[in-house]
Ligand binder design. Structure first.
Ligand code: ADP
Length: 385
């Protein structure tokens, strides 16, 4: 059984405390049932309203463990079946009744039709002689974030160790080759390559953690995508020329999004730099901007296409994972960090959008950034309002 974090336990404690006090006060106003053993206690409307407004699953049980009232999330929690509680929780309720003490249980609820599996922290508390309150907290997302963070720290440590180890080995090699100028030159060059790689890795890790700690929509402004594309293409021109790659763009109509301009620029820059890095001389990289609509609203789609080396189908599902790099063996040393696409994915999500991939090995790749469209006129209306 997992431990409940102190924060969650204390939050649940506060909710339970408030509800217990509320119930203690109103219990006296509840219709007595002693003279009629099958009568259903009538809960005061204030209690029913309180339970209805709780975000997580919550129920109040009557003397026969029947559900008297429940929050909207209870029905889909997997904890309530009809008017009864799931067996595991019922056991906890009975123990709480016997001991006159609150009880806590961490429960893994298996996924069902359209419902993901969840980890719930369930807490029950007797309220007087007959009623029992149960509240549950869905810990799945918090635990998933914790796990991702732990993986990330482990990955960062591993990724940093490699170039740091190389730097110290190369320093020793230089010291040992003091009387061989050619060897010193060779090791010095490799030392500076490793230092550059370390620098790139550290900057990307800092960029990613900065992105994660800020919400770009808090300081959002309207962004003209045409301007961003022009800047990104200008910046990439020298690199593309040096590798014999042609940069082009297509756009149809004005396209605006709302967000952080630097972030959107960084996302596109990453995609264009990858398109150049993973294509051979003579390739063509194109940025296409178009508008689309669906039931969710209007979108701006910015695609970066190349006719480069492409990505094998087996690697595609992992391509946006942090530190994931395709293993090319010795044939193509990418020198990348494997963080670029996870940064792009994070920026897309933080702006309410997505990034998707189409690719075929040997034919090329298209990465599409899809962001909610912004209509500049709505700004003027908003200001007037
Ligand atoms: P990196 O720093 O290695 O480029 P990314 O997260 O940007 O890290 O990309 C992850 C991997 O995805 C790359 O190592 C490369 O194998 C593959 N990749 C990314 N973009 C392209 C592309 N346009 N064409 C082919 N492969 C690509």
């Amino acid at each position: 059984m997992q431990r409940v974090s102190p924060l969650v336990a204390s939050l649940l404690g506060v909710v339970l405390g408030v509800l217990a006090t509320l119930l203690a006060v109103i219990a006296t106003r509840t219709r007595p049932v002693a003279d009629d053993p099958v009568a259903t206690p009538v809960l005061p409307p204030m209690l029913v309203t309180t339970i209805e407004h709780l975000r997580g699953p919550a129920v109040v049980l009557g003397p026969h463990d029947e559900v008297l009232t429940e929050s909207p999330a209870a029905a889909s929690s997997g904890l309530v079946r009809g008017r009864r509680l799931a067996a595991e929780v019922l056991e906890l309720v009975r123990e709480a009744r016997r001991e006159h003490e609150p009880g806590v249980l961490n429960l893994n609820v298996p996924g069902g039709l359209g419902m993901p599996a969840r980890k719930l922290a369930v807490r029950v508390a007797p309220l007087g002689e007959e009623l029992v309150l149960m509240v549950a907290d869905d810990r799945s997302e918090a635990l998933r974030v914790d796990e991702t963070r732990r993986d990330f720290v482990a990955n960062v440590t591993h990724e940093l160790k490699t170039p740091i180890g190389a730097v110290s080995l190369l320093a020793e090699a230089i010291a040992g080759a003091a009387d061989d100028p050619d060897a010193v030159l060779h090791f010095t060059q490799r030392l500076s390559d490793e230092a550059a790689r370390l620098n790139e890795l550290v900057s990307q890790i800092i960029a990613l953690s900065r992105l994660q700690s800020t919400d770009p929509l808090l300081a959002a402004s309207p962004i003209d995508i045409a301007e961003v594309v022009d800047v990104v293409l200008d910046q990439a021109r020298a690199l593309a020329d040096s590798r014999g790659i042609t940069l082009t763009q297509h756009r149809s109509g004005a396209a605006f999004v709302r967000g952080d301009r630097d972030h959107i620029e960084a996302a596109l820059r990453n995609l264009v730099q990858n398109a150049i890095a993973y294509s051979d001389a003579g390739a063509r990289v194109t940025i296409t901007t178009r508008l689309s609509s669906d039931t969710a609203g209007d979108w701006v789609e910015i695609s970066v296409s190349d006719n480069g080396i492409g990505i094998a189908e087996a690697d595609q599902p992992r391509i946006f994972e942090r530190f994931f790099r395709v293993d090319y063996g010795r044939s193509r040393a990418s020198g990348g960090t494997g963080l670029g696409l996870s940064i792009v994915k994070h920026i897309a999500a933080a702006h309410g959008g997505t990034v998707s991939l189409w690719s075929r090995l040997g034919q090329g790749s298209t990465f599409t950034l899809r962001l909610p469209a912004h209509h500049p006129d709505s700004d003027a209306e908003g200001t007037a309002a």
